[in-house]
Design a protein around this ligand. Sequence first.
Ligand code: ATP
Ligand code: MTE
Length: 208
Amino acid sequence: MSKAQRLTRTHPDQLLVGLVSVSDRASAGVYVDEGIPSLQSWLAQALTVAPQCVSRLVPDEPARISAALVELVDELGCDLVLTTGGTGPARRDVTPEATLAVATREMPGFGEQMRQISLRFVPTAILSRQVGVLRETDDHAALILNLPGQPKAIRETLEGLRDEQGAVVVPGVFAAVPYCIDLIGGPYAETRPEVVAAFRPKSARRAS
Ligand SMILES: Nc1ncnc2c1ncn2[C@@H]1O[C@H](COP(=O)(O)OP(=O)(O)OP(=O)(O)O)[C@@H](O)[C@H]1O
Ligand SMILES: Nc1nc2c(c(=O)[nH]1)N[C@H]1C(S)=C(S)[C@@H](COP(=O)(O)O)O[C@H]1N2
């Protein structure tokens, strides 16, 4: 197989994002994949600079999932990879294992926070084994986050929970993504605060 071309940013602050939908049925055409469109539309409205997204739809096979992650990070140079699906306890739910297999370091705060958020929506959130990790090569690093498979769970975990007045009750995990990407050497991504307010310490904020 020929090597995929490294992506190039069309703006210095543009995030290069890999999207991996893990679903036996969607990849076999039993139903239409809603994971990738949900991720794409959420990112498009959350980021101030439109991201460049590359997507992969794979069955719940560990080797296929790990290979997609390696290709997106090492060959295409993605800064961030979001997976959706395959995080539960069923025998074929193997996304966390396939992610850990290509990780150089774990970022446990992301999984902890996602379960905190999701428990506000559904009691079954305790069954989600999602992980956040870094994959670091000699000249590049990426953050990889597992999201649950239900399309509605994508928005819930990335954006968090607000009360009826719009005040944040539990912050979405995406609030931590831009600063994490700064720290691993990626671009300076900014979010729309009405969708998700990203945090950076004062010392890391760019003068406007
Ligand atoms: N890519 C997808 N597109 C649309 N709906 C999905 C997708 N992935 C999951 N879902 C929905 O969310 C549920 C839970 O997701 P999960 O990852 O556990 O899938 P699953 O039950 O193992 O089935 P499959 O792998 O065949 O999608 C699914 O049963 C399905 O209703
Ligand atoms: N925010 C949120 N998290 C959620 C859900 C949801 O609807 N919303 N569904 C849960 C369910 S039903 C399961 S079984 C686990 C694992 O889901 P997955 O196998 O689809 O990844 O995630 C959970 N996390």
